[in-house]
Write a protein that binds this ligand. Sequence first.
Ligand SMILES: NC(=O)C1=CN([C@@H]2O[C@H](COP(=O)(O)OP(=O)(O)OC[C@H]3O[C@@H](n4cnc5c(N)ncnc54)[C@H](OP(=O)(O)O)[C@@H]3O)[C@@H](O)[C@H]2O)C=CC1
Ligand SMILES: O=C(CO)COP(=O)(O)O
Length: 328
Amino acid sequence: MASESVVGVAGAGAWGMALANAAAAAGSEVVLWGRDRAGMAALAATKASDRLPGVRLADRVTATADLGALGPCAAILVATPAQATRETAERLAPLAGSAPLVACAKGIERGSHAFMTEVLRQAAPGRAAAILSGPSFAADVAAGLPTAVTLAAADDALARSLCRLLHGPNLRLYHSTDVRGVEIGGAAKNVLAIACGVAAGRGLGASAVAALVARGFAELRRFGEAFGARSQTLMGLSGLGDLVLTCSSPQSRNFAFGLALGRGESVGRAGAGRLAEGAFTARALTEMARARGVDMPIATCVEALLEGALDVEGAARALLGRPQRGEE
Ligand SMILES: NC(=O)C1=CN([C@@H]2O[C@H](COP(=O)(O)OP(=O)(O)OC[C@H]3O[C@@H](n4cnc5c(N)ncnc54)[C@H](OP(=O)(O)O)[C@@H]3O)[C@@H](O)[C@H]2O)C=CC1
Ligand SMILES: O=C(CO)COP(=O)(O)O
């Protein structure tokens, strides 16, 4: 990797800002790019943004709307939403240099059914692709609270060097070559967290939420194994770890979205203003599961709720009324 000490971040939302500060804490100079010229000028001047209230951008982070500033970076973290990752990668592809791209979004592309590193490879074929995922609220990372995530690349040496680059005093990175496993965990947990939020919002009780977490994990594992993920990865930070975090805290936007749905808000109102990635990924996830014969009843109920094909009571009845089976 060139320019060892400069890390690029594309996408200046909550996660992009948090990752920029984490990379700075790990010892790098950081270039944080965002598409909104006025917003980036304000961020450069004030070092603060409504996207991540109360957080100050580190002095080593340069906020810019000039995409070319990412050219000389050693690596570029792509931290725009999953459905915008292709557009961002297409813009990054022709930049000078050959920095690897690290997908930081959690989702599956609608329509194409592409996982995040597949999107990167298709949009920027000349660059290596990696994925970073795990239990990590942007606010926690930005506050310097202890956090551990996984970074996977097909090339073991690349995964290790990216981990070294980003590993800081409060952010611990585990390297992996199980790219598919890491990206599936992050994408699927967001859909399952909506289900847990719905149950909590409707007052179905802590036992119901725990059942959804455990049976949701069974779905995540089945889906992951059907797509070649390693079970060790699915049991790890980016799978079970992130599922537990996201399914148990209203700090999660996906859980909070479900909470609002459970309390009776419409899909439109519940989803307004905050990014709930699971709402965008649910259809792709369930279509892909159906195509591979993977049973995902909870994710399917979430998709049906979002489509208006089922209400909360109908979803609960559908899940409880499934035929008796062994626990697997
Ligand atoms: N927040 C968190 O705790 C974590 C988030 N993630 C993942 O990170 C991803 C981003 O989430 P997060 O940062 O929280 O979301 P935010 O809603 O806070 O920010 C999204 C950012 O992406 C920008 N953006 C949207 N579309 C485009 C585009 N087409 N081109 C360029 N920039 C674009 C937005 O710019 P604009 O302001 O101009 O709309 C905004 O700056 C998601 O996939 C999420 O799952 C992962 C771990 C933790
Ligand atoms: O991915 C996250 C934590 O690991 C953030 O979750 P939300 O996108 O649901 O807020």
